[in-house]
Design a binder for this molecule. Structure first.
Ligand code: C2E
Ligand code: CA
Ligand code: CA
Length: 717
């Protein structure tokens, strides 16, 4: 059978339609696979003539490597038809996918097969393309879902096209709800923020942008990367950087705190340095600052001539004590201000503590220095307004060195000159001179030797009696310290007590004398009315531990406290800071208190009443003035005063009989002095007034009383 011949059962027209004009390739084959006929389309698709196809048979057309053929032929044999896609071979050896449908029929008695096929290579390619696209999209989506960033895709019309799971979770929205929605309508919080600005900019310019901002709505700090999309719209990747931001902020906070702490430490350091070199009250340099400053000046001008002005406010203690420390501070500050204004810009000005000021004048002539000192005194004469108008003068000591000099030495010299200025009447300027030099050297020597004296046993105590003027018997002894210097012999207290007070050695000396006096008083136990008086320096009195130590010493010696008295100078009372409390405590224990050198200081009656005073000692200068009207009036006044406060009066320094008579007539209770007895070793203590000084004896009174008393005392002595 050929294709031109229609099977007898088939009408000719149908044969043509199915076969000759069919758009698919059609082959008629025998059961064993020989080609019996092929239409034009089959020849075209396979690239062969019908004759070639007839000769080739099935094996020349199908791709024999394709196993499915066999299964297809078996299916067809079993079910009569089959459809599938197989690869067919062209004449040039290339193959193409073809959808093949085949069915068997009988041509008369002969089994035949009808095979129709069409090239599906384009459909297959399309399907493959679709599949690949789908796969790629799935991959993209996969990766968008697997990244840790949030992702939002927006199209050219600002409609959201995609939002990944991270973004859903973090923004609290669901994909179905937002995809397709206008981003500005759905997230209005973005409007007017850097988000909107950047999105629009990327969409407009087509350039990528990165920024970091907080999406307040979700309290989300994010780092956003915005990419333009080729087809319009943008892709936004966000990363939650809240933690990093928090860490950065924390770090920033710590850094700021650390910077602040460092700044505070530096400030404190500067403060400390300033405080170490400056006086807090006046803002001037202190001693250390002054030394530093002078070193600095000398480093720049090694040949500079230095002149030191040592300045001290006259009677400042009085201002402080009577008007209070507040007023005292005002006076000091005001004076410091005036002093600084007078000094040159290169002249260091310092307060050395208390009311001592020092100015170092750099490269000034002696005349200039003296003029400066006079100006300082002049400035101090201007009253200070402290509620009232206060007048405080100053004294100035000057010292200079023509060549290079050590500041230490100049300071010492100026200080010595200042002492002289004070000694000789205050509100004065005094230049240091050689005599002062000798004195100051001697002071240094005394200090050194005194330390030795205390370590060894060079100090001794002499005792001077005072006698009751009515019965002319001993009633007091005063302990007076002496120093048996190995080279200089016996040195009096006037010479070394001031040095001891300047250097603080007075505490050790005072303790030593007290111990000796208490010991000695114990040996005089047989003279029960006898009180031993010990001189106590003002410095000892400001020591709050002093009463307790004294009490312990008395306890140890087993001495009744009323056998001891202490003598304090008027000036010690003027320094009232704590002194009254110390005196009260001792007085409460029974220790008697005497005001020494009365009349030479500044105590007023009012002042005296504040202190527990048992005895007033009239200074010897008044005693020596007796015989003049003024002298007698003064002593009479002191006696009246003493009576007013219930104190006894002892006159000191009695050297003549008229003095003794006058004192007796003025009602003075007791007296001491060279006329009666010089200070001596304890074993030489006289118990009665010497005969030549005895009033009773001179008055022709029977001396029995004195003698009887004297004898009985001598016996027990
Ligand atoms: P003061 O307390 O006024 O002692 C009296 C001074 O007058 C003593 O001098 C004494 O020897 C002296 N004197 C006694 N009678 C006469 C006299 O008729 N005419 C003259 N011109 N002088 C007489 P001294 O022993 O040289 O003591 C001087 C000062 O040293 C004492 O003056 C006292 O303030 C102080 N002093 C003495 N011993 C001590 C002590 O142990 N501690 C302290 N802190 N100061 C003491
Ligand atoms: Ca005394
Ligand atoms: Ca005295």
């Amino acid at each position: 059978m050929t294709l031109d011949q229609a099977p007898s059962t088939l009408p000719r027209s149908l044969h043509e339609a199915l076969f000759i004009h069919a758009l698919d390739g059609v082959l008629i084959t025998s059961a064993d696979g020989r080609t019996l006929g092929a239409n034009a389309r089959a020849c075209e698709l396979l690239g062969r003539t019908e004759l070639e196809l007839v000769e080739l048979g099935r094996d020349g057309i199908v791709d024999r490597r394709d196993r499915r053929w066999r299964e297809a032929l078996e299916t067809r044999a079993r079910e009569g038809a089959f459809r599938g896609v197989f690869r067919l071979r062209r004449s040039d050896g290339s193959t193409f996918p073809a959808e093949v449908s085949t069915a068997t029929f009988l041509d008369g008695d002969s089994p035949r097969a009808y095979v129709s096929f069409r090239d599906v290579s384009t459909a297959e390619a399309e399907a493959a393309r679709v599949e690949a696209t789908t796969r790629r999209a799935a991959e993209v989506i996969d990766s968008l879902e697997s990244i840790s960033d949030m992702y939002i895709g927006v199209d050219a019309d600002w409609r959201m096209t995609y939002i990944n799971a991270q973004a859903e979770a973090r923004l609290g929205v669901s994909r179905d709800e937002v995809v397709g929605k206008d981003i500005w309508a759905r997230f209005p919080a973005l409007l007017g923020t850097v988000f909107e600005e950047t999105y629009r900019q990327v969409a407009g310019t087509g350039r990528t942008a990165t920024f970091e901002a907080c999406y307040d709505k979700a309290e989300l700090w994010c780092e956003a990367r915005v990419y333009p999309l080729r087809r319009g719209g943008i892709a936004v990747y966000f990363r939650d950087v809240s933690e990093r931001r928090a860490m950065e902020q924390e770090r920033e906070r710590l850094l700021t705190a650390e910077r602040a702490a460092r700044a505070a430490a530096e400030r404190a350091q500067r403060d400390l340095a300033h405080r170490a070199t400056h006086d807090e009250l006046t803002g001037l340099l202190n001693r250390a600052g002054m030394l530093q400053e002078v070193d600095r000046v000398l480093a720049g001008q090694p040949e500079a001539r230095l002149t030191v002005a040592f300045i001290d406010l006259d009677r400042f203690k009085l201002v402080n004590d009577s008007l209070g420390h507040g007023v005292g501070d005002c006076v000091l500050s005001e004076f410091a201000r005036r002093l600084a204004a007078l000094a040159g810009p290169a002249d260091p000005v310092a307060r050395f503590g208390g009311d001592e000021f020092v100015v170092v004048l750099v490269d000034r002539s002696a005349e200039e220095a003296a003029r400066f000192a006079q100006q300082v005194i002049g400035a101090s004469r201007e009253p200070v307004e402290v509620g009232a108008r206060l007048l405080v003068t100053v004294s100035v000591g000057l010292a200079t060195a023509a060549g290079p000099a050590e500041l230490d030495i100049l300071l010492r010299e100026a200080d010595a000159a200042l002492y002289r200025a004070k000694d000789t009447g205050r509100a004065r300027v005094v230049w240091f001179d050689e005599q002062m030099h000798v004195e100051s050297v001697r002071r240094v020597e005394i200090e050194n030797d005194l330390r030795h004296a205390l370590d060894g046993d060079e100090l001794l105590v002499e005792y001077q009696p005072a006698f009751d003027l009515r019965v002319e018997r001993i009633c007091h002894v005063e302990a007076l310290v002496r120093w048996r210097h190995p080279a200089r012999g016996l040195v009096g207290p006037q010479e070394f007590i001031p040095v001891a007070e300047e250097t603080g050695l007075i505490h050790r000396i005072g303790e030593r004398v007290l111990a000796r006096a208490i010991e000695q008083a114990g040996r005089w136990a047989h003279l029960p009315q006898l009180r031993v008086w010990v001189n106590v320096s003002p410095q000892q009195l400001v020591d709050r531990e002093f009463p307790a130590r004294l009490a312990a010493q008395l306890d140890r010696a087993g001495l009744p406290t009323e056998r001891l008295g202490i003598e304090v100078t008027e000036s010690a009372l003027a320094d009232c800071s704590g002194v009254r409390e110390v005196l009260d405590r001792m007085h409460d224990r029974g220790v008697a208190i005497a005001v020494d050198d009365f009349g030479t200081g500044y105590s007023s009656l009012a002042r005296l009443k504040e202190f527990p005073v048992d005895v007033i000692k009239v200074d010897k200068s008044f005693v020596h003035d007796l015989g003049t009207a003024r002298g007698e009036a003064l002593v009479a006044g002191i006696v009246t005063l003493a009576r007013a406060i219930g104190a006894h009066v002892i006159a000191e320094g009695v050297e003549t009989l008229p003095q003794l008579s006058a004192l007796s007539a003025l009602g003075v209770d007791s007296a001491s002095g060279y006329l009666l007895a010089r200070p001596s070793a304890p074993e030489h203590l006289p118990l009665t007034i010497p005969t030549e000084a005895s009033f009773r004896w001179r008055a022709g009174l029977h001396p029995t009383v004195a003698r009887v008393a004297g004898t009985s005392w001598s016996r027990s002595w």
